[in-house]
Design a protein around this ligand. Structure first.
Ligand code: SF4
Length: 484
């Protein structure tokens, strides 16, 4: 299944990893088609996949990559970037033309901008039929039914279909079992965030932290493993804040959850995103010591390397806290690849503050990381702060950060030469049927000669050649037994 996305993948070799949903082509003319445009983070990508599963199960929709042939267009929006609302309305303007050509076309807007804007979306774009939030996407089939009922009614009897409420985690009770495509899967373990960093809209658009019950998460992962999944990525805005209720009514922490996931037969690799430095606990660090399934790759957002800026951002920790935790982690896993998020040009960031961030980035030796110039998000405390840093200065600072991180990422890929990497074999290469493609712990794609029957297994590969920043070649040393 392919979900269209605004944000290009940071993996240059991502095309090697695209999994296409097999379509039954016997009678495609009568099948209803769904097009989803996804903006933003992995949570949104996960949600888009769930929307497709849901409407596939309830109404028989199949995905299309062409909005022109779709019967329903869904936009899963993100409000993290600057002018997010404007981008949404500009994109909707394009869809309006499609609706003029096909009045039966259904247009829905979900995600964080929908959550923020609510019925304003339909005020500005009356051709939008449905608005739903991240926590109510499970009600899409009902919204669609309501829309179909409304379609037959006179205009004055029509009501606006807007559902952006925050029902506590109810959505997971109504979503169908995720479909399995390939050998990797995302599993959402919690929703929302209660950290209220001063620049961030998430607590307002996705609500406060709510964890899925432990048994639900474990049952979903066990089912995925039975259907061939070997790598799970646990998803949430702040996964290490996970407090899942157990069957007995106790609370399971994130570290405890990881240990239980590692016991599920077939799960050979565990990733997670995103987490907060404050709750990066000793117990979590010990998981890296005890669980070989934990990858030696961690994305831990820090946002700034300056204590003054961290304080203004209300991150509630200092740089030393972050450094100490990472030092402990790297003692256990010296090969740990660390990535992060950086906001550059936060209001009040001085030259000295920025110099601290640069030094911090050098000291921590980050791999691929995300860095952006700060932009005000409506309704956040930081949006009240006076922004006095000239745009040229912000751009210059961002360029410096990105240059250092890119250099470090290149060095890390180069350093893989002659090392042995554990790789999950994901597919036969599109380019050559004798080549297999897999991923290493550090997310680089690894290509090597092998047999198609090995797909879905782990292998130790000696890296012999560096092709690009994200693609290396190697030779098989050892194929792990098939756990199926
Ligand atoms: S921890 Fe992350 S999601 Fe939560 S408020 Fe801060 S930046 Fe936003």
């Amino acid at each position: 299944m392919t979900v269209q996305t605004f944000i290009p993948s940071r993996d240059e070799a991502a095309s090697e990893n695209t999994v296409h949903q097999p379509l039954n082509t016997s009678d495609l003319s009568s099948v209803k088609k769904l097009y989803i445009e996804t903006q933003g983070c992995q949570m949104n990508e996960y949600d888009s996949h769930r929307m497709a599963d849901l409407l596939g199960d309830s109404h028989g929709y199949i995905l299309t990559q062409d909005p022109k042939e779709a019967d329903i267009l869904l936009m899963n929006t993100c409000s993290i970037r600057e002018k997010a609302q404007e981008k949404v309305f500009s994109e909707l303007g394009r869809w309006r033309k499609l609706k003029q050509q096909n009045p039966d076309l259904v247009i829905g807007v979900g995600g964080c901008v929908a959550s923020q804007e609510g019925d304003n979306i339909q005020k500005r774009a009356p051709y939008v039929d449905m608005v739903f939030g991240p926590q109510t996407l499970h009600r899409l089939p009902q919204l669609l039914d309501q829309h179909e009922d409304q379609h037959k009614k006179p205009k004055k009897e029509k009501i606006k279909l807007v559902d952006i409420s925050f029902p506590d985690i109810e959505k997971f009770d109504f979503l169908p079992e995720p479909r399995v495509e390939g050998h990797k899967a995302f599993v959402s373990i919690m929703e929302g965030c209660s950290k209220y960093c001063s620049f961030c809209v998430v607590p307002y658009t996705r609500g406060e932290e709510v964890s899925r019950p432990l048994d639900d998460v474990l049952a979903e992962i066990a089912s995925l493993a039975e259907r061939g999944v070997r790598e799970v990525s646990l998803l949430g805005q702040n996964v290490n804040g996970y407090r899942g209720e157990t069957f007995e009514g106790d609370v399971c922490t994130f570290a405890e959850l990881l240990r239980l996931v590692a016991e599920i037969p077939g799960i050979g690799r565990i990733r997670y995103t995103t987490s907060h430095p404050l709750e990066f606990s000793e117990a979590l660090i010990e998981c890296y010591r005890d669980l070989p399934q934990m990858v030696s790759h961690l994305h831990l957002p820090v946002q700034s390397g300056s204590n003054d800026v961290l304080q203004a951002m209300k991150r509630n920790h200092t740089i030393d806290v972050y450094i100490n935790k990472m030092e402990k982690l790297r003692k256990i896993r010296p090969d740990m690849h660390l990535s992060s998020d950086f906001i550059i040009g936060f209001p009040g960031e001085t030259d000295e503050n920025f110099a601290e961030t640069l030094q911090f980035i050098k000291d921590l030796d980050f791999d691929h990381s995300y860095s952006f110039i700060y932009s005000k998000r409506p309704g956040t405390p930081a949006s009240e702060l006076e922004d006095t840093i000239p745009e040229t200065v912000k751009k210059e600072r961002l360029a410096q950060v990105q240059k250092i991180i890119k250099r470090s990422s290149i060095d890390k890929t180069d350093a893989m030469k002659n090392t042995i990497q554990r790789v999950l074999i994901e597919k036969v290469s599109d380019r050559d049927p004798h080549l297999l493609v897999g991923t290493a712990d550090n997310t680089r794609y690894v290509t090597f000669v092998g047999d198609a029957s090995w797909v879905g297994r782990f292998a130790e590969i000696e890296i012999t050649e560096i092709k690009t920043l994200n693609l290396v070649y190697g030779e098989l040393l050892n194929l792990e037994p098939d756990v199926a």
